[in-house]
Design a protein around this ligand. Structure first.
Ligand SMILES: Cc1cc2nc3c(=O)[nH]c(=O)nc-3n(C[C@H](O)[C@H](O)[C@H](O)COP(=O)(O)OP(=O)(O)OC[C@H]3O[C@@H](n4cnc5c(N)ncnc54)[C@H](O)[C@@H]3O)c2cc1C
Length: 467
């Protein structure tokens, strides 16, 4: 009987454990999978809690269907009946600019036509059509790339808030290739962003598809009846006894071609270990075995965040809330990164007649705000609700979640460093890399990686004298 230990019980670890089991079964490998999670509950950053009729998400609110893996996993688990599709209105996203909310166009071409940019900004964006192509495959910061192609104003009003909304990150240091691979690919393939968007629109039309092509994430947002937390909760339920919560992996010791995983509650032997913790935790485990991998993993920064759920009477909000919510460019000088209109996105997120908001604070932009004492944090949120939505009444419901290390940041050169980490790990043997610190930070990235890890681990087990 072969043994696999997965370290980390967030979505990456849980979906990887399931995929490893399924792939081994397909190959006829007899396998025991153990998943170690240091917290008392599985799920990692995905936490959905219902209180006073409000459903609060401390982490993700859902996943997009622009990549198939999470939807496929949902179907394989037989829980598609629990899926909630976001309201059609949630396609409408806003930015808070010039002191007011403006609807954000879905693609750069309608961005030129919109009110968001000044005439000067529009002309600069349109100049992308005539500008020479950058060096294909060359990494640079998101800010450098955007400034070079579509100018400073588009950076400030479109890409800066988008970087904060997805990564809570700073475009001045984020890697264009690792953070927005599709955008860089459009330049590499078509010579420019507008040329690429037009060509893609033409190709889509030829295939009989309508509508603008998005250089952004695109797709429709989905969640589950009781929030994003349903997925890890049901994965853990399905994995049953394999999941050991409240068990922290404290060290890895070599044992033949495999490993012994030392924990605060005993030892686990493994032919193969899947590392699905955040990078800083995997860095500690690898320190005695690969100085280089450990150093590179330990250097992947994470940003702090506070996530504040506020519930109001509908009548206290002087806005129709007919959309997803809004993001705020740094130049506006506001204290929140943005606000999701959670009860407008999915049904059953708030009691009848009430509205639920999820405010994001901190990130690379203002880490100090994520650690404000609770009274100051809430006073700041109330002031931001008044300034952005004119909501001057007190919220009737409040819930705060804080993450000291919320989201890994992919800095310029990230993918080259991941290659070195992978090389070091491959040289050690008996290890597989998972978690959202390397190949994508979102839910879909975790489940896509799990789809790869399953067969990869099953192959390794059979190639080392397996079943
Ligand atoms: C505020 C916020 C909003 C987000 N919004 C979205 C969104 O809308 N859409 C989207 O797609 N993604 C979103 N994300 C990202 C999404 O949450 C992540 O992609 C996903 O949850 C990462 O899962 P993971 O398993 O890789 O990491 P984690 O969830 O961090 O899980 C790692 C686990 O490893 C455990 N661990 C660490 N060290 C050890 C050890 N030594 N031994 C045992 N266990 C250990 C930890 O306790 C943790 O449970 C958001 C994230 C945050 C923080």
């Amino acid at each position: 009987m072969k043994k696999v230990v997965v370290i980390g019980g967030g979505l990456s670890g849980l979906s990887a454990a399931r995929a490893v089991k399924a792939a081994a079964e397909k190959k006829g490998v007899e396998l025991e999978v153990t998943l170690l999670e240091k917290d008392d509950l599985p799920g990692g950053k995905i936490r959905s809690v219902r209180e006073a009729g409000y459903l609060c998400e401390s982490g993700p609110n859902g996943f997009l269907d622009n990549k198939p893996s999470t939807m496929a996993l949902t179907r394989e688990m037989g829980i598609e009946g629990l899926l909630y599709k976001s309201d059609d209105n949630a396609r409408k996203r806003f930015i808070f600019t010039g002191g007011k909310l403006e609807q954000l166009p879905e693609d750069p071409i309608s961005f030129i036509m919109s009110e968001v940019l000044s005439i000067r900004g529009k002309l600069r964006l349109a100049a992308d059509f005539f500008l020479p192509q950058g060096e294909p495959g060359k990494d640079e910061t998101v800010a450098e790339f955007v400034r070079r192609r579509i100018g400073e104003e588009a950076l400030d009003k479109l890409i800066d808030p988008m970087s904060a909304g997805i990564y809570a990150g700073d475009p001045a240091v984020m890697s264009i290739i690792a953070c927005f691979p599709k955008v860089k690919m459009i330049e590499d393939q078509f010579g420019g962003l507008l040329k690429g968007m037009l060509a893609m629109q033409k190709m889509a039309k030829a295939r009989g598809q309508q509508g603008p092509q998005s250089a952004g994430p695109g797709g429709t947002l989905w969640s589950y009846d009781e929030g994003a937390g349903v997925l890890p909760m049901l994965l853990a339920k399905e994995l049953g006894e394999s999941v050991k919560t409240g068990v922290e992996a404290t060290a890895l010791e070599r044992k033949g071609s495999g490993w012994t995983v030392l924990t605060d509650g005993g030892e686990y032997e493994a032919d193969e270990v899947v590392l699905a913790t955040p990078a800083y935790a995997a860095s500690k485990l690898l320190a005695p075995h690969s100085e280089e991998a450990s150093r590179l993993m330990g250097n992947i920064p994470y940003v702090k965040m506070a996530v504040v759920c506020l519930g109001y009477d509908n009548g206290d909000i002087p806005h129709p809330l007919d959309g997803f919510g809004f993001l705020i460019p740094k130049k506006e000088g506001r204290k929140i990164l943005g606000s999701l209109w959670s009860s407008s996105i999915f049904p059953n997120r708030a009691p009848e007649g009430k509205a639920l908001f999820t405010l994001m604070m901190g990130g690379a932009r203002s880490p100090e705000l994520a650690t404000l004492p609770e009274d100051e944090l809430l006073a700041t949120c109330r002031a931001e609700m008044a300034a952005t939505l004119g909501a001057t009444k007190e919220p009737e419901f409040v819930k705060v979640a804080r993450w000291d290390k919320a989201i890994p940041q992919y800095l310029v050169g990230h993918l080259d460093r991941v290659k070195v980490i992978e090389r070091e790990i491959a040289a050690l043997g008996g290890l597989t890399l998972g978690g959202n610190a390397y190949y994508g930070i979102g839910i879909n990235d975790c489940t896509t990686r799990a789809e790869l890890i399953g067969p990869m681990v099953a192959d390794k087990l059979t190639n080392t004298g397996g079943a």
